[in-house]
Write a protein that binds this ligand. Structure first.
Ligand code: SF4
Length: 252
């Protein structure tokens, strides 16, 4: 008896199953150069200390915004927006992401995706249905577990980078730097490896404390802010010198 014959075949995911925690009706920064609405999907398998929306991490918390309400909003905004960014949490965690992306495209919007890359196979499955991806590279593979505070994360986001580059989908790789973090020590090497892997655009994001947990806010406040500004300026110069096709520094 085969596994499929033994049990009921899995139902295909439906867009209506997407657990949406909220939506930003207009953003000019979530997909640089686009006027986008941003949809925040519930749940993330990682637990970064600097997460600026930790309430989106628990995967069993149900969404608060029905998918049909998202679509109704988008229909009303067709002339005012040109894109929708599916963000998180971690959007690729949910199987409903793929049918949701297709429904957004069917309304005539370009589809952007934010991902931290914990699920390479799921990213691969959705790449044909999105127009742009913002991929977080949080650290070198060997430092990943310290940043995302989960074991075995090291190779996943870097595998996602390879899949993204191979797909030809437009993208931006982003690395967030915080005082004392492994990403600060290795930001230039992360950018260099991303460039060598074929990334077309790279952004260095200086961490913001808004929305982060209290322990992170306190640790950040305790850092020497002048030294931190100098460190960021030095990193900016060093990454700029790598001559990436597109490079941005995103200040806090
Ligand atoms: S991957 Fe993103 S959403 Fe998940 S814990 Fe880290 S910062 Fe938060």
């Amino acid at each position: 008896m085969t596994a499929v014959a033994a049990g009921r075949p899995a139902s295909p995911a439906r867009a209506d199953d997407l657990q949406v925690a909220g939506m930003a009706p207009l953003s000019t920064v979530d997909w640089p150069g686009r006027l986008a609405a941003t949809v925040f999907c519930q749940g993330c398998p990682w637990d970064c200390s600097y997460c600026h929306n930790p309430t989106l991490i628990p995967p069993r918390t149900p969404g608060t915004l029905p998918w049909q309400d998202v679509l109704a909003f988008l229909r009303r905004r067709r002339r005012l927006l040109d894109a929708v960014v599916l963000s998180g949490g971690e959007a690729t965690r949910q199987a409903a992401l793929l049918p949701a992306a297709r429904e957004v495209r069917a309304l005539g919007f370009a589809v952007g995706l934010h991902t931290a890359g914990p699920y390479p196979r799921r990213l691969e499955a959705v790449l044909g249905d999105v127009d742009w991806v913002g991929l977080d590279l949080k650290a070198l593979p060997e430092d990943y577990d310290d940043v995302v505070r989960r074991p075995g994360a090291g190779h996943l986001a870097w595998e996602c980078l390879d899949l993204l580059v191979a797909s030809g989908v437009d993208h931006e790789v982003r690395t967030t730097v915080a005082p004392g973090s492994p990403a600060v020590r290795h930001a230039v090497e992360i950018a260099r490896r991303a460039r060598d892997a074929g990334a077309r655009a790279f952004a260095l994001q200086v961490v913001r404390t808004e929305g982060t947990r209290e322990e992170f806010t306190h640790a950040h406040a305790a850092a020497d802010q002048r030294a931190w500004q100098q460190e960021v300026a030095t990193l900016d110069d060093q990454v700029r010198a790598l001559d990436l096709d597109r490079y941005d520094l995103r200040p806090a």
